[in-house]
Design a protein around this ligand. Sequence first.
Ligand code: MF3
Ligand code: CO
Length: 251
Amino acid sequence: MIIIKTPEEIEKMKVAGRVLADVHHELRKIIKPGVRTIDLDTFVEKYLKERGAYPEQKGYEGYPYSICTSVNDEICHGFPTEYILKDGDIVTVDMVVNVDGWLADSAWSYEVGQVSKEAHDLLEVTRQAMYKGIEVAKIGNRLGDIGYAIQSYVEPKGYSVVREFVGHGIGRDMHEDPQVAHYGIPGRGPRIVEGMVFTIEPMINLGKKELYIDKNGWTAKTKDGSLSAQYEHQIAITKEGPIIITDQGDC
Ligand code: MF3
Ligand code: CO
């Protein structure tokens, strides 16, 4: 069942979204060679506490950390560890922020120091792919239009779309209906209506789409060892078009 949100509820999620956007702005300054991924987790947990917010992922279905940090061939749900980020790495930081019971969810991929052109282009294309999906998230369109917009943008460039993880409705719960695939057929799937709030979060691989789950039971990694990137925004559907709840300004 899709839970439709009122304008007042959307405003509450925007408060959480503002905090989350600020976290990403801080992370952009902190992420550089020599920093451990666990340091990012510690930073975010403290930062959120100071802002009166809570890291919703911590304890969610037993997930042990405040954020996910997915490095290089890790697709998503990477554990923050003692791993020291090095020049040329890419890292995706994903988190869900809870302010007064309302949630905001956004992931962003970052370059560590100087990365290869291959890696840089993957990040650019993945971010653009997310915005292609957001562009067609309009009243009257269908969810298949979003998946198609993303898939038809990235595949001709030789990249692949991860199938196992999808966008999702969100509100007071992290994962609500509907599921939003990042591949699809135009004109198919549930119709997009006013008051829907969901994420669009394509995970795009430089190589093939196949993945496996690490022995930690959480982290998805590319089977062929290729790089993977992800950008995720949470959006609300309004008569004026999609509003980006986790907007970071000029990013
Ligand atoms: N933020 C993730 C999403 O986009 C969820 C992470 S799963 C968790 O759906 F268990 F780690 F929280
Ligand atoms: Co997320």
